[in-house]
Design a protein around this ligand. Structure first.
Ligand SMILES: [Zn+2]
Length: 684
């Protein structure tokens, strides 16, 4: 019998030999081995030390993570029915193993003993942090609660999971239920041809002539942006804005009650763990210290962005009045008028620009940036992969010592999950005398080469590649040797986008862009004039967009702090709170029927509850960090070495704020983000 390739940990994953039939036996064996290790560690009568507690667990979990990570990756990028069955078949077992681990009071006891032992003080900072994180996660998972309250905590978590699913289902059902049949094409003047073709096909599929409009994004958005028919836009806007609310089509899809129950259970879970509200619980593993800090941050940014938002709005309103004959801007005119204004100001074609960004030029431009600033070298290398188009690279230091490796899977194809992401294949970790070097999967869904011509990317797609590469470098350039806190492991949730977003800035530097463009037919670099148009369009309505994000973030944070589900708040309902926040910060008109709260999936069904602020928070960090590069010259090896040493190398081994201050010399400031978004008051 040939050995199972998933159980071979001597090097890179064995993608050449790996088959769906290997998944079940390997994962069963690894879980059994991990459970045996847990028993041994939990029942060990020797004193609790790093070597008797943390090390054996890290070793066994690393094997399970590596094998399961390879399976999860293949399931995402070369999905087949056999692989999907194998993955779905083992997922409950893997999930149950981790759930048991998080509730194992014997392990908690061993970690507590380790933290209280004389040896704890002599552990290095990374090991201390790893132990502290373990204790924190046991506590936040409810493992420390007395039995009766533990049962209640578990019931609350389960009901919350069900309510989140129900919230999503209601929004989805309400979205899918609505349709409008438009008979005459004249009523759809302005709508792009591909959207019309889709709508005609949808009507025909139901045996009807004309065009079937829906509230799904690929239809709703272009109609709101391009349809000249104002009454039609108003109709769609009302339907969209009242989805899953008491004003919507069906009472059973109304999320009002679901929201009330979610908020009350979240408050209960927080109180069971000893926190005054859900926001304070949510912020424990995050970079922001407390809700007060987040609220002050949002309001400070709001105060500074608002004049620019007002300016954006006045410009839009006067353009709409003078050029579109819209005397009063209504909520259903905003996207439409904005598109017209944008087209008038910044006419350029994405298709024209992409001709200047062929794949090889983009990659060599990207590698040039990171090689220059971080003092590394990137060379194409060889490994077995899951698809012929996947490439593999080594990263070395300037003496040729291997730092890490990555797979690059750029093109969209059938049976590959959409989007772009970085995932770890192997984490950096010391195992005895040997240090295991990190390996990453970098995955995108870009257009592939056609007709013998190289693949070309839009500027947005180039930004995506830079962004994911930044996550990759965070994983690959770590110097930490401790599992759980090396690379992106253990990095605070609201700080993890710093290394990725900082990379995006380079795509807006002429010196960088000029080096990575060559027209796919003529070889000519991107004309400066086209680049300037791109740059000008970047900050179109940045003030309005900023206050819109702040409105969501402020609502989210107040809802999970100041709103008390049992009553006694200053607002009568979450809807009333949303309206109060709009009065505080918004600059655009809002329809009285607007029930956006009822479909705010990020905070009621996604992972962003008391965390929506993190979008802006991370932008501030990355813009402010990048401003040091601007001060030193954007390709400065000195600034790069500092970012590599103080942020990338440290991973989760110390608080993100400490890393930021060590790099920047001070806490983050808002100024750089405002400047990058064109929100600066010109000196008089
Ligand atoms: Zn990211």
């Amino acid at each position: 019998m040939t050995p199972n390739p998933l159980l071979d940990f001597s090097g890179l994953p064995r993608f050449d030999a790996l088959r769906a039939a290997h998944v079940g036996p390997a994962v069963d064996a690894l879980i059994a081995a991990a459970r045996a290790t847990v028993e041994r560690v939990a029942g060990d009568s020797r004193p609790a030390t790093w070597e008797t507690v943390a090390e054996p667990l890290a070793e066994t979990l690393d094997r399970l993570d590596r094998a399961w990570g390879a399976v999860r990756h293949l399931n995402a990028v070369v999905n087949t029915p056999e692989l999907r069955d194998a993955y779905n078949g083992m997922l409950p077992k893997v999930t149950a193993f981790h759930a048991d681990l998080g509730q194992d009071l014997r392990l908690l006891g061993r970690y507590r003993a380790l933290a209280a032992s004389p040896g704890y003080a002599s552990l290095d900072a990374a090991r201390k942090k790893a132990v502290d994180n373990e204790l924190r996660d046991f506590r936040l998972g409810g493992a420390e609660l007395p039995e009766d309250r533990k049962a209640r905590f578990k019931a609350v978590q389960e009901e919350l999971a069900n309510l989140s699913a129900r919230f999503d289902d209601n929004v989805l059902d309400a979205t899918n239920d609505w349709a409008l049949l438009v008979e005459s094409e004249a009523e759809l003047a302005g709508v792009p041809a591909d959207v019309l073709a889709e709508a005609r096909a949808a009507a025909a599929a139901g045996g009807k002539p004309g065009f079937k409009l829906t509230l799904r994004m690929p239809c709703y958005l272009p109609v709101m942006q391009y349809a000249d028919n104002r009454a039609l836009r108003a109709t769609l806007h009302r339907a969209y804005s009242t989805r899953a609310s008491e004003l919507g089509a069906r009472a059973e899809w109304d999320n009002t009650g679901v929201i009330a129950r979610i908020l009350s259970l979240r408050r209960e879970a927080a109180e069971l763990l000893g926190y005054p509200n859900f926001a304070e619980l949510s912020l424990v593993p995050k970079m922001a210290q407390d809700a007060g800090e987040v609220l002050a941050f949002l309001r400070d940014l709001g105060r500074r962005a608002r004049p620019f938002a007002e300016r954006d709005y006045l410009e839009l309103a006067s353009f709409a009045r003078e050029e579109l004959g819209l005397a009063d801007l209504e909520p259903w005119d905003l996207a439409y008028a904005s598109e017209k204004l944008k087209a008038k100001r910044y006419a350029f074609s994405e298709q024209e620009i992409r001709q200047y960004f062929p794949e090889d030029r983009v990659l060599s431009g990207l590698f040039r940036v990171v090689e220059t600033i971080y003092g590394i070298a990137i060379r194409e290398s060889r490994a077995t992969t899951w698809h012929e188009s996947v490439r593999f690279f080594d990263i070395t230091d300037l003496h040729g010592a291997l730092l890490g490796q990555f797979y690059l899977d750029l093109y969209a194809r059938a049976n590959k999950q959409g989007g772009a992401w970085m995932d770890d294949a192997i984490n950096r970790r010391r195992a005895g005398a040997h240090v295991q070097h990190p390996v990453a999967y970098l995955t995108c869904n870009l257009s592939s080469p056609v007709d013998g011509k190289p693949a070309t990317f839009t500027h947005d797609e180039v930004i995506t590649v830079f962004h994911e590469f930044g996550h990759g470098l965070h994983h690959l350039l770590t110097q930490v040797e401790v599992a759980g806190v090396s690379g992106i492991q253990g990095v605070e949730w609201d700080a993890v986008e710093l290394p990725s977003q900082i990379m995006e800035n380079f795509c807006w530097e002429w010196d960088v862009v000029a080096h990575m463009t060559a027209h796919v037919d003529t070889g000519a670099p991107l004309p400066r004039e086209l680049f300037d148009k791109l740059l000008a369009a970047k900050n179109f309505q940045s003030g309005m967009q900023t206050v819109r994000q702040l409105e969501f973030a402020l609502f989210d944070m107040l809802l999970h702090t100041a709103w008390d589900p049992r009553g006694g708040s200053e607002w009568t309902s979450p809807q009333a709170l949303a309206e109060a926040v709009r009065r505080e910060i918004a600059v655009v008109p809002r329809a009285p029927y607007d029930r956006a709260v009822q479909s705010f999936g990020h905070i009621f069904a996604g992972g962003y509850a008391a965390g929506y602020y993190s979008y802006k928070w991370a932008e501030v960090l990355s813009a402010d960090a990048y401003s040091l590069f601007e001060e030193h010259g954007v390709l400065s090896p000195a600034a790069g070495a500092r970012f590599r040493d103080e942020v990338l190398a440290r991973g989760g081994s110390r608080p993100a704020m400490e890393s930021f201050i060590a790099f920047r010399g001070r806490p983050p400031q808002l100024d750089a983000l405002l400047r990058h978004n064109g929100m600066i008051i010109p000196a008089s």
